[in-house]
Design a protein around this ligand. Structure first.
Ligand SMILES: *Cc1c(COP(=O)(O)O)cnc(C)c1O
Length: 220
C-alpha cells in the first residue's frame, strides 16, 4: 500500500496547533515507502528493531533523523550510536550508562528519553514512579555524552478513552514535576506520547512528539 499523502498532510496540520513533532514509524515497511514520505518533506522516522534500522539507514538519505523507539538491548547500542538522532526507550540506568559509553567512543552527545511505565498492562517496559525518582536522585553528571531531554510512554491498548487520557495525563504531570531537576545533561522538554489510535488524546494531554505508523503507511 502506498503512503497516505492526504492523511500525512492533515496530521501535520493538526500537530501545528500543538507545536508537536511527527515521528513517522516505518518499522516493517520498505525503504520505498520511507522515501515516498521523505519526498513530501518528512525527516523524522522511527524504527523498533536495531538490525532493520541499521539496514535502512545505510540505504536512505543521510539527513533523515532516526528515532529508535523500540526496546533497546544493551549489546546492540553500539550499532545505532553512530547515527541515531533520539533514543526514546531508555528503561534502565544500565542502558543509559551504555549509551553514554558508546557515545563517548564515537565522540557524540546523544539525546535520550526515559520510558515511563504508564499502562496497566504488565508487559510494557519502562521506569515506574519510584524508579524514576531514584534515577533523578542518582548523580548523572559523569554521563557527559548523553542528554536526557524528555519522557516517553505508551498507554494501555484499550478502547477505554478515559483510561488512556488518565495515563497520558499522569505522564504529563510526571514531566512537569521533574522539569525542575535541571542539570547540564538533564532538561525534560519532550513528551513522546501518542500513536495512530490515541494521538489525539495524547495531544490534549500535553504530547509534543507523536509516533505514528499505520495511519501513514497502512496496517502492518
Ligand atoms: C509501532 C509503534 C508505534 C506506531 O504505532 P501505530 O499504531 O502504527 O501508529 C509507536 N510507538 C511505538 C513504541 C511503536 O512500537
Amino acid at each position: 500500500m502506498p503512503v497516505n499523502k492526504e492523511k500525512y498532510f492533515s496530521i501535520l496540520e493538526e500537530l501545528k496547533q500543538y507545536s508537536a513533532v511527527l515521528v513517522a514509524v516505518s518499522k516493517t515497511k520498505p525503504v520505498g515507502d520511507i522515501l515516498a514520505l521523505y519526498e513530501l518533506g518528512q525527516r523524522d522516522f522511527g524504527e523498533n528493531y536495531v538490525n532493520e534500522l541499521v539496514e535502512k539507514q545505510q540505504q536512505l538519505p543521510a539527513d533523515i533523523r532516526w528515532h529508535f523507539i523500540g526496546h533497546l538491548q544493551r549489546n546492540k547500542v553500539k550499532f545505532i550510536v553512530p547515527f541515531v538522532h533520539l533514543i526514546h526507550g531508555i528503561d534502565s540506568y544500565k542502558l543509559l550508562v551504555e549509551v553514554n559509553n558508546q557515545a563517548e567512543k564515537r565522540n557524540r552527545v546523544i539525546d535520550v528519553l526515559l520510558q515511563v511505565h504508564i499502562a496497566k498492562e504488565e508487559t510494557k517496559f519502562g521506569f515506574d514512579d519510584q524508579e524514576l525518582e531514584q534515577l533523578f536522585k542518582t548523580d548523572l553528571s559523569a554521563l557527559n555524552n548523553i542528554k536526557v531531554t524528555g519522557l516517553m510512554g505508551m498507554a494501555s491498548f484499550s478502547d477505554d478513552q478515559e483510561l488512556i487520557k488518565t495515563e497520558f495525563h499522569s505522564l504529563e504531570n510526571c514531566l512537569r514535576s521533574h522539569a525542575k531537576f535541571q542539570t547540564p545533561n538533564t532538561k525534560l522538554q519532550i513528551l513522546s506520547t501518542g500513536m495512530s489510535g490515541d494521538y489525539k488524546i495524547a495531544l490534549q494531554e500535553g504530547s509534543n512528539m507523536v509516533r505514528i505508523g499505520s495511519l501513514l503507511f497502512g496496517a502492518r
